[in-house]
Design a protein around this ligand. Structure first.
Ligand code: C2E
Ligand code: CA
Ligand code: CA
Length: 679
């Protein structure tokens, strides 16, 4: 998961800001700021700048963005009175003092100074261009008419400051610059922007009389205090609707906006889409790399999603690793699916994380479920629930994106119900085994039987194993099912043995049994319990089951073989046949899939597959079983090809346990008649 290093753009950018800031400062201060003799005024206001920096309100738990300071008021006041040079000088002193107190690293302190110099410089350019004063001078006699230009300069200061700091966040966190600058702008303006309006008042007071300046401390303290109260209130209101880790809207705000979007949509004949995004395997990242990495990943998701959405869309962190996207005002539903595709692609490019000098590239995948109003519902909870159904379907199918469909929903609900019924059937003894005989093609003797599970549902009637086995395989129920099959088949084997019927019983295994390292010891216990020799048990496995986790499967199979259990490779020829594996598998039999055997009489290529499988088996010293022998023609062809064993409807359908003995007895007598006839 580690990867090549990204170019180190952040230090380069920080250096650029520091250098530019130094150049601006040098240009403006080459002959010292022109204070026109008003030293006292300059230093008093500078003291206010420093005081503001030192007392800046940093709201606990919030990232560096949310800082409220009154120092800007005085810095802008200096800009108006004495020009940008003086303002930069004051701000540099104040900023260094504050950073020193917080013992910030030198490069951060330098960056802050550079950033202020650039912002003040830009505001100075605007001020001189609009009021006609020299670039490095202030407005000598500030008049009410200058107010509008002062406000413009303050706005430029605010914007440049935000861009310069937003850039560094975007670069270090790999997010979009636009997002960093705009995502909180209203909130920021309401707090810090509003304070800038006080700057002209400071200037006017100072022009009147210096005595007024210290007096300003009192109202400033009140301003400061109420700013703090206001900021805290704003902050709390913000926090109530935003997630504290990512700063994104939270579930409450998402529901609120969804409700608003739905309210007007019908009247405007518009659709509203809800997308639920859930990260795949996020738990793995958290567990293996730690929560700090998990948190960093979550912080990167929002900006990525933002990048492909429109201004009016909302993306929220709903909980844990689940995100919601609200797309209002849609003209057609296809647009939602297109957006989902774009969101999925935005998530695809690996996330680069800086971890203590180490860089980590993480591949993130997500499953997205979509529900669209009015088609899928017209209230918040229905839409959310349906997007959730679609999201889980996308996860199940590994398809990435799924649209809600009523049919699928019903299907999933049915499957869940069936699973519950199956669990009860197993406990109540309603699942039974039938046994299909397998005969020797050369002698006609019964060689053994394959146990096949049967379930008669009280309402639905017989449910085919092709339906209920895969369902059990998707949950842990398959373990109980296999244990039941092995235990029952062994008990039956021992009952037949007591009647003088010596049959090998074959039981089908599932993929999950092969990755269960405790499975062999469970089989051992069941053999002992039934008092059956391991050689009388055969376990049937498929290649795809082995391929799910070859290393573990080989270990489990090796142990079973060691115990003396026979192993057969089932459904040979379909799926991922790998001859390389076949050589190493501890199997004694291969069972040619019934589709080839059924088709071999009419289809030449099926016949070729059957013949070459028989040859392959013979060359590897394995017995070959043909499944699905339905006709005498197929039977005879298999005899001619030298196949060892046959299983199929021609000989017998799977039989209830009590019918097996009769069938064998009848078969033997027919066999003996044959022998008698030929004799
Ligand atoms: P399978 O292991 O390939 O089992 C053979 C299937 O072929 C059985 O279907 C059997 O009834 C059918 N069959 C036998 N002879 C003929 C024939 O001449 N023509 C045709 N057309 N079909 C024939 P069944 O019983 O419906 O089982 C289907 C599948 O369900 C099995 O395929 C097996 O994969 C799975 N299964 C059944 N019981 C169990 C079980 O106890 N555990 C597990 N894990 N899987 C089971
Ligand atoms: Ca089988
Ligand atoms: Ca089979």
């Amino acid at each position: 998961m580690t990867a090549p290093r990204r170019p180190r753009v952040v230090p380069a950018y920080v250096s650029l800001v520091v250098i530019c800031g130094a150049l601006v400062a040098a240009l403006l201060l080459r002959s010292g700021p022109d204070l026109g003799g008003a030293y006292a005024e300059f230093w008093i206001v500078t003291a206010f700048v420093a005081l503001g920096e030192l007392l800046s309100i940093s709201l606990s738990g919030v990232d560096g963005h949310t800082e409220v300071t009154t120092s800007t008021i005085f810095a802008i006041a200096l800009l108006i009175r004495f020009g940008p040079g003086a303002a930069i000088l004051a701000q540099t002193v104040a900023s260094l003092a504050a950073d020193l107190r917080l013992s910030k690293p030198a490069y951060k302190a330098a960056f802050n100074v550079g950033q202020y110099a650039i912002a003040i410089g830009a505001a100075g350019v605007v001020l001189s261009a609009t009021t006609g004063t020299a670039f490095d001078r202030g407005i000598p006699d500030f008049q009410a008419g200058d107010l509008v230009w002062v406000m413009l300069a303050a706005a430029v200061y605010f914007v440049v400051n935000r861009v310069v700091t937003g850039m560094v966040v975007a670069l270090s966190q790999d997010t979009s610059v636009w997002y960093e600058i705009t995502h909180d702008i209203g909130y920021q303006l309401s707090i810090n922007g509003a304070l800038l309006a006080l700057a002209p008042i400071v200037v006017v007071s100072a022009q009147r009389s210096l005595v007024l300046l210290p007096l300003l401390a009192l109202p400033m303290a009140i301003v400061y205090k109420s700013a703090r109260v206001y900021a805290e209130k704003e902050y709390k209101a913000h926090q109530a609707l935003h997630d504290s880790l990512t700063g994104m809207p939270n579930r409450a705000l998402f529901y609120e906006r969804l409700g608003e979007a739905l309210a007007g949509a019908a009247a405007r004949n518009e659709m509203v889409a809800v997308l639920l995004i859930d990260l795949d395997r996020f738990k793995e990242i958290n567990d293996t790399l730690g929560h700090h990495v998990g948190d960093a990943v979550l912080q990167r998701i929002g900006p990525r999603l933002h990048g492909v959405l429109r201004e009016e869309d909302t993306v929220a962190r709903l909980c844990g690793d689940e995100f919601g996207v609200l797309i209002p005002g849609l003209r057609d539903g296809a647009q939602a699916a297109l957006t989902a595709g774009r969101l999925a692609r935005a998530m695809e490019s690996p996330i680069a994380l800086d971890l203590e000098d180490d860089e980590l590239l993480l591949d993130i995948e997500a499953s997205i479920g979509i529900a669209i109003s009015p088609r899928d519902g017209d209230d918040v909870s229905t839409l959310m629930q349906r997007a959730d159904v679609a999201m889980y379907l996308a996860k199940d199918l590994h398809s990435g994106v799924e649209l809600y469909s009523e049919e699928q929903d019903r299907h999933s609900a049915d499957q869940l119900r069936l699973l519950g019924d199956m669990r009860r059937a197993l406990a109540a003894g309603d699942l039974v085994l039938h046994y299909q005989p397998r005969t020797n093609l050369l002698t006609g003797d019964v060689d053994g039987v394959e146990a096949l599970m049967r379930w008669t549902h009280p309402k639905l009637g017989p449910v085919p194993p092709d339906v209920f086995i895969p369902l059990a395989e998707r949950t842990g129920l398959i373990h109980a099912l296999t244990t039941f099959a092995v235990a029952t088949a062994l008990r039956q084997q021992s009952a037949w043995a007591r009647q003088g019927l010596d049959l090998t019983v074959a039981v089908n295994l599932s993929r999950r049994n092969l990755v269960d390292v405790a499975f062999p010891s469970r089989v051992r216990a069941l053999l002992d319990e039934a008092g059956v020799s391991a050689s009388k048990l055969e376990l049937e496995i498929t290649e795809s089951a082995i391929m799910a986790d070859p290393a573990r499967a080989m270990k489990v199979l090796g142990e079973l073989r060691e115990m003396g259990v026979r192993l057969a490779l089932d459904d040979f020829g379909v799926g991922q046949s790998s001859l390389a594996y076949l050589k190493h598998l501890p199997v004694s039999d291969i069972k040619i899939d019934r589709s080839f055997v059924i088709g071999m009489v009419d289809d030449r290529s099926d016949a070729v597959i059957v013949r070459s499988t028989i040859d392959l088996g013979r060359n590897l010293g394995l017995r070959v079983v043909a499944e699905g022998v339905e006709t005498q023609a197929a039977h005879d062809a298999l005899v001619a090809m030298g196949c060892d064993l046959a299983q199929g409807f021609l000989m017998s359908r799977p039989l209830a346990p009590q019918d097996v003995a009769d069938w064998v007895a009848e078969r033997m007598s027919v066999g003996n008649d044959d022998v008698a006839a030929t004799a």
